[in-house]
Design a protein around this ligand. Structure first.
Ligand code: COI
Length: 339
């Protein structure tokens, strides 16, 4: 067993046994390699370095109540990475290879899956990058697919503790028909400046409006947007520049199971004032309640600083209950990894 204080896990890199790595050359993927060294060597002209030919995923493996290790909905991440790869003109990783890679790298690092009851999980970060040299703007001829793993706890300190968010109208995350709906590093690069400014000024997360009109809510820098209406509806933006989150997809199904009406539609900024609760949704953040949103001089107070709306709590407990094997997995979302 590694010497880890599981109760102190945050969301950060830590060394494990190995990552798994494949290369793509001459139209085919290599056999996997397990690599201990967290550094990678690549050509100085690699297309990922110059032209941003790269994409990634985020997913989690959980140690359940009965000791089993499961990955939460890896096929959804595999499909999203496939779509992203196609959009970036990279060779897509077949779903079967993606899931097999995830299983193998978890097996090789099984002792790093946090014990049941600690609230932690093993975070998997699949990464696909153009490693072939490319000086004229064109797709590379060689690619690397890797999955790195690390044990993690809560993304924002305090777990289900509500956070404040800010809208900074001077910066956009993604343009309509750009790449906001696929998971490329460039979307996060686009948010870094505003993100650091927000953090410096006291907001852990920033919320983006649609880049074209700044009239509609899009998503947070790290995660999707959820509003709960006063009459108990689950409302989330429908936009071609928002990343389709696996957590949001799952929570819409959980909400429907709980009998809540679910709406995916445009959300005018002004509607924020009407919500009974707001939250950020994502693999890393799970459900993070947002108690206040600031835009310029306007401060919209959604709840008290410490209050977690009962609907958010119910959604959180249900999804985590399924992930940790405490509630029946009626949708078949937990993919067991036999170790
Ligand atoms: C995730 O939720 O896994 C992500 O990839 C978002 C990342 C910015 C932490």
């Amino acid at each position: 067993m590694p010497n880890i204080d599981w109760s102190k896990l945050g969301f950060g890199f830590s060394d494990v046994n190995c990552h798994i790595r494949y290369t793509w050359k001459d139209g085919a993927w290599s056999a996997p390699e397990f690599v201990k060294d967290p550094y990678i060597t690549m050509h100085i002209g690699a297309s990922c370095l110059h032209y941003g030919q790269e994409c990634f995923e985020g997913m989690k493996a959980f140690r359940q109540q009965d000791g089993k290790i499961v990955i939460f909905r890896p096929e959804e991440n595999a499909k999203r990475m496939y779509r992203t790869a196609v959009r970036c003109v990279m060779p897509p990783v077949p779903e079967e290879m993606f899931i097999d890679a995830a299983e193998q790298v978890i097996r090789a690092n099984a002792e790093y899956v946090p014990p049941y009851g600690t609230g932690g999980s093993l975070y998997l970060r699949p990464l696909l990058i153009g490693t072939g040299p490319q000086i004229g703007v064109a797709p590379a001829k060689e690619y690397t697919f890797m999955i790195m793993v690390m044990p993690v706890g809560a993304y924002y300190k305090g777990g289900l503790k509500p956070v404040r968010a800010v809208i900074l109208d001077d910066w956009d995350r993604a343009a309509p028909h750009g790449m906001g709906d696929v998971k490329v590093g460039g979307n996060y690069a686009a948010s870094l400046f505003a993100h650091e400014k927000a953090k410096r000024d006291g907001w852990p997360v920033e919320l983006y409006l649609d880049a074209k009109s700044h009239k509609f809510v899009e998503e947070f820098s790290t995660s999707n947007f959820l509003g709960i209406t006063k009459d108990g509806k689950y409302v989330t933006p429908d936009s071609c520049s928002v990343l389709p989150s696996v957590t949001n997809l799952s929570l819409r199904e959980v909400a429907a199971d709980l009998g809540m009406p679910v709406e995916r539609r445009q959300i005018p900024y002004e509607e924020i004032r009407e919500f009974a609760a707001v939250a950020a949704l994502g693999t890393a953040v799970v459900i993070t309640p947002v108690w206040e949103i600031t835009r310029g001089c306007e401060v919209v107070k959604i709840s008290d600083e410490t209050e977690v709306h009962p609907t958010l709590l119910k959604l959180y407990q249900t999804v985590q209950g399924i992930q940790y094997g405490e509630l029946p997995d009626t949708h078949g979302w937990c993919h067991e990894v036999k170790v």
